[in-house]
Design a protein around this ligand. Structure first.
Ligand code: ADP
Ligand code: ASP
Ligand code: MG
Length: 438
């Protein structure tokens, strides 16, 4: 069985929902994972912000506008009065539930419940639409099988057990509809897999049922060789290795959630990125195969802080590195890039929550300097060190841009360069111009 995930724009209007229905109805059994309709999760975040600030009037205004949009979609989507009425009743219940939070204390717990409504609504609407068409479709509620553990990491064994049991109990359906993004935590409370997490849901579901393929359907024809939001003239890549795709996703290629490749890679399930607006386009296939000796793509990760610890004693002091990294471990702060010299070490973090404590502790080992508002530019491909010239081309492309750090050799697939945020666009464009468009 295949798992097909459709993102927000793919289900963003009545017409798009109809197009997706057409696309998935080919007689084959499949699991269809949906995001919320585009803009919905952002609006739910906005509503939550009003509720945190104890502004129920502001919240209600946005809730009413969003509800009207859903009712308009319903009027356009269904052809019979019976299904229109059923869909309105269902969606009204979601909105009434959101409204109920305008009266009570609002915490992170309530916010997660509000955010979950987007995926609950898009899937309910799609399931009803398929039923109106006479399709044998059924809902697999994500809140009944998707769970994270005490470390807030997905619990694959639990997901596999619950999901396979649900499929076994309901064998004779063509389409199994389910929500991306939402789950329960180890305590049974409603939670989510972070923004953009529907891709991660699809990959976890694919791994849980040993799917033949995981398809991520979005609004672009696969992974492009650079970020099309910042760079002109980007092109789709037809084939990527799991490792290459994982690097690109982690280092900012928004088309994939940062960790969504891992479950597919561990279970060797190919991932195909496809375009809902152009279903015949070949997209990108992610698997264990890749074109060798080639730079494939560039991505950028924002919000990076660089920290330099300079210590005259580093050369003789074995254990220096361990002590430095222990500090980051203590404050549960992940380190992305590392470069070293005889007198010091530079590293980057993307989570500044414990930065003051980290800096206080690091100062015991030497002089500490911090550069904020940095960006990691990540160049990805088959870049094994025996292949000549790739790092030279990257450095040559960036000769007009101040570079704070360079990291190469951590894997066969990545060269990372740290630049200031203000130079991000120019750096990405220079890499495209020199690596792909010459
Ligand atoms: P969805 O809502 O379907 O999950 P997203 O907006 O999360 O879609 O991801 C698709 C978007 O990712 C594209 O429209 C594109 O702007 C952006 N993007 C960023 N980097 C890349 C890249 N390297 N290749 C393709 N798309 C990218
Ligand atoms: N709806 C969620 C979001 O907007 C999850 C997703 O789209 O993947 O982040
Ligand atoms: Mg996405």
């Amino acid at each position: 069985m295949k798992v097909l995930k459709f993102g927000g724009t793919s289900v963003g209007s009545a017409q798009r929902i109809k197009d997706v229905a057409k696309l998935i109805l080919d007689g084959e059994q499949k699991i269809v994972v949906l995001s919320a309709m585009s803009g919905t999760t952002n609006t739910l975040v906005e509503i939550s912000d009003y509720l945190y600030k104890k502004n129920p009037v502001g919240a209600n205004e946005i809730i009413n506008t969003l509800e009207r949009k859903y009712f308009d979609t319903i009027n356009e989507l269904y052809s019979t009065d019976e299904y229109k009425a059923q869909a309105k009743k269902c969606i009204k219940a979601n909105f009434d539930y959101i409204r109920s939070f305008t009266k009570d204390l609002f915490t992170l717990f309530e916010e997660k419940v509000v955010l979950a409504q987007g995926e609950l609504m898009s899937t309910a609407m799609m399931n009803l639409y398929l039923q109106e068409l006479g399709v044998k479709s059924i809902m697999l509620p994500a809140l009944d099988y998707a769970r994270t553990d005490k470390n807030a990491e997905p619990d694959p064994a639990y997901i596999r057990e619950k999901l396979t049991a649900m499929l076994e109990h309901n064998p004779n359906f063509e389409i199994y509809i389910t929500q991306g993004y939402i789950c329960r935590n180890a305590y049974g409370e409603i939670d989510n897999l972070q923004r953009g997490g529907s891709d991660y849901s699809a990959s976890l579901i694919g791994a849980a049922i040993n799917a033949d393929e995981i398809q991520i359907w979005t609004d672009i024809d696969g992974m492009h060789n650079n970020d099309p939001r910042y760079v002109d003239n980007t092109q789709p890549i037809r084939q990527l290795h799991f490792e290459e795709a994982a690097e690109l996703a982690y280092f900012g290629a928004k088309i994939l959630h940062p960790t969504c490749i891992t479950p597919a890679k561990l279970n060797n399930i190919p991932v195909r990125l496809l375009n809902t607006m152009e279903p015949a386009a070949p997209g990108t296939l992610i698997s264990n195969e890749t074109e060798l000796k080639k730079i494939k793509a560039v991505a950028a990760k924002d919000g990076i802080t660089a920290i330099k610890i300079k210590s005259g004693r580093m050369l003789m002091a074995h254990g220096f590195m361990r002590k430095v990294f222990e500090i980051f471990e203590t404050y549960q702060t992940a380190v992305d890039m590392v470069t070293t010299s005889e007198v010091g070490v530079s590293l980057t973090i993307d989570n500044k929550r414990h930065l003051p404590e980290v800096l206080d502790d690091l100062k015991k080992f030497g002089t500490v300097t911090v550069d904020e508002d940095m960006v990691i530019i990540c160049v990805v491909g088959d870049l094994q060190w025996q292949n000549l010239g790739f790092e030279a081309k990257v450095v040559e492309a960036l000769k007009e841009i101040p570079v704070r750090m360079i990291s190469y050799g951590g894997s066969n697939y990545n060269i990372s360069i740290l630049v200031e945020a203000k130079d991000k666009k120019a750096a990405l464009q220079a890499l495209s111009d020199n690596l792909f468009n010459k």
